[in-house]
Design a protein around this ligand. Structure first.
Ligand code: PFF
Length: 451
């Protein structure tokens, strides 16, 4: 079965693909932004702890479900179900994840389109077509629709080629490019005036904030978004991993790459903001907090690039290509969730399914673009603040309470003969059963401001 449904051809192929899904706008934009507005290094510390103690176990649960089931999220969850109730529950959780991935892609595609349009702008200036340069960075329905369409086209192009020729091949090409661009940009920004002040702000923790509930909620949400949890994506990627691989180490490696790139992105963005300040750009909002969100990426950083003169055009280009590449390796995973579901459950050909689903998601994006100010935040909140934590929690419940413990161990032992005697096996099962669902539940309820 696995031959016809595709499989990652190598360990590195999976690592690049899963890290590609994990590393995205969430790392390069979301993480530094959250860090800036949540006490600098205090947030980084909390994030690291939560990423390894809560997000990693939940991530392992999803990978295991997929590799055991060797199928899309719904079918995989149903394979471990024993009663009709379990099967229905499996459907709700799996299908919920598929819908969540589609919704995330619908707004993520709009943001990624902006990144691409900002990458075109410096090229247009270098070539001398100033009116095009001005148009691509001005807010308009047509501009948004055009660049979202281009981005969705690229996503569809890769996904219709399948697991090895599409996801794996492109992740292996794009991830190294992303890392090289990131390192070059950090190296350059750190040489500029004001960067050391930024480093200071980034790396000096304000410990008094570590236990603030809002900080904990933001850090956990960020960790879950970053590891693409609760979206069916890691279940389907898990299903493409060979049974010969040791999942425990693979999962840990992907988590490590994800947090490291988020940390590196902080080394770029926060010093860049202080460099901008040294050039006279305002980086603090009226309430004294650092500018974050769209204002940071589409106002502060572009002002910094333009204050650099001609070289700023190349820096701007590199930065927005970095953002676009990061977004693309994530968006392909979001499309793979729904596509694998339709291909496997409804027997549709991959190419056709990819085009149909990609077009439906694009139509949702058009709905978002038609009222960006309201819809973007709304869809993002529904999918990432409600959908992802609930579904990730239910996946842990599935593994901890429904799946037979012995079957879990058998699956873990594939590619890891010693699993039974490992520290992982001593901690993780009860962790997934009790700690993860409870912690996610508490943080989720707290984020609703119910108490
Ligand atoms: N992990 C991606 C990021 O940090 O930008 C976002 C993401 C990818 C969320 C895939 C959900 C998903 F299914």
């Amino acid at each position: 079965m696995s031959a016809s449904r595709g499989e990652f051809s190598s360990r590195i192929g999976f690592i690049m693909a899963a890290a590609g899904s994990a590393v995205g706008l969430g790392n390069i934009w979301g993480f530094p932004t959250q860090t800036a507005s949540n006490g600098g290094a205090a947030f980084v510390l909390v994030y690291l702890v939560l990423a390894f103690c809560l997000a990693y176990p939940a991530f392992m649960a999803e990978l295991l479900i997929g590799r055991y089931g060797q199928a899309n999220a719904v079918t995989s969850l149903q394979k471990m179900s024993r009663t009709l109730f379990h099967k229905r529950f499996a459907f709700v959780v799996g299908f919920g994840g598929v819908v969540c991935a589609a919704l995330i892609l619908s707004f993520y595609g709009v943001l990624a389109g902006w990144m691409m349009s900002y990458a075109v702008e410096p090229i247009a200036r270098i070539v001398g077509v100033t009116n095009v340069a001005d148009w691509v960075i001005s807010q308009s329905f047509i501009r948004n629709a055009l660049f979202t369409a281009i981005f969705m086209f690229l996503t569809i192009f890769i996904i219709q080629k399948g697991v090895e020729d599409g996801i794996e091949k492109w992740s292996k090409r794009l991830m190294p490019l992303l890392i090289v661009l990131l390192i070059i940009l950090i190296g350059y920004v750190l040489t500029l005036d004001g960067a050391s002040e930024g480093l200071n702000a980034y790396l000096n923790p304000d410990f008094s904030r570590i236990f603030e509930p809002d900080l904990l909620i933001s850090a956990l949400g960020q960790a879950f978004f970053s590891l693409s949890l609760g979206t069916s994506v890691m279940i389907i990627y898990g299903s493409y991993i060979s049974k010969k691989e040791n999942l425990v180490t693979l999962g840990a490696q992907v988590t490590l790459i994800d947090v490291s790139i988020a940390f590196l992105a902080g080394l770029l963005i926060i010093p860049a903001m202080y460099v901008a300040q040294a050039q006279g750009v305002t980086i603090f909002a009226d309430d004294g907090s650092l500018v974050s969100g769209p204002g940071l990426v589409f106002a502060v950083l572009p002002s910094l690039f333009s204050s650099m003169g001609y070289i700023g055009l190349f820096v701007a280009f590199a930065f927005f290509v970095l953002m676009s590449v990061a977004a693309l390796t994530s968006s392909i995973s979001m499309l793979e969730g729904p596509v694998s579901y339709v291909v496997e459950r409804h027997g549709m050909a991959r190419k056709k399914a990819t085009k149909i689903i990609g077009s439906i998601i694009f139509l949702i994006s058009i709905g978002i673009i038609s009222n960006v100010d309201v819809m973007l935040g709304l869809v993002a909140t529904i999918a990432t603040e409600y959908g992802q934590p609930i579904i990730a929690m239910l996946c842990c419940v599935f593994v901890g309470w429904i799946w037979y413990r012995n079957d879990v161990l058998m699956e873990l032992k594939e590619g890891n003969d010693n699993a039974e005697h490992s520290v992982f096996w001593k901690i993780w099962p009860w962790y997934t059963k009790f700690v993860c669902p409870t912690a996610i539940g508490i943080v989720f309820i707290h984020s609703l401001n119910l108490f």
